[in-house]
Design a protein. Structure first.
Length: 164
């Protein structure tokens, strides 16, 4: 595919994909960033697109993954900021680094279905119903996943250096 064909596909589908990114990312600024990143990735991996008529779905898929990564990264930054803001006066810097590492490791052990719910509810402090709607699952399933995620994080922290 030549650059002109790519440009034509982008023009034809960018608005629809942008609207999808707003729904997935939740904020216009994040959607803009996700779309820009998705377009760059699509251009870099254009050889992987077998059928030009599938461009919109392919670009949307790339954009959704970008949004997910952005949320994870933002959620992890929030957790680390919250730890830093605990004001553990007198605690050596090394212990703070160990604590940050333990929390990060605990969150990384969660499967995506649990991690998304945990980060949205516990870190971003979003209402359960909003999270359920965004993920397209029932409120009961959201509550169940959050309960399970909390238990998994606690277990992981108990087993780590932080729990000893």
């Amino acid at each position: 595919m030549d650059p002109e064909e790519f440009s034509d596909l982008v023009e034809a589908h960018k608005d629809a994909v942008y609207r999808q990114m707003i729904r997935v990312c939740g904020q216009r600024e994040d959607a803009e960033d996700a779309l820009a990143t998705a377009l760059l990735l699509a251009l870099q991996h254009l050889d992987q697109l077998d059928q030009p008529e599938a461009f919109r779905a392919w670009l949307g898929s790339i954009g959704r993954r970008v949004c997910t990564r952005m949320r994870r990264h933002a959620g992890m930054e929030t957790v680390l900021e919250q730890i830093e803001n605990l004001g553990l006066a007198g605690e050596p810097e090394m212990e703070m680094q160990v604590l940050k590492s333990c929390v990060k490791s605990a969150l990384e052990t969660l499967t995506p279905e649990y991690r998304l719910v945990y980060e949205a509810c516990e870190i971003e402090e979003r209402p359960l119903q909003e999270v359920a709607d965004q993920l397209g699952i029932t409120l009961a399933a959201t509550k169940s996943r959050l309960h399970r995620a909390r238990a998994l994080v606690r277990d992981q922290l108990d087993r780590s250096v932080c729990g000893s």
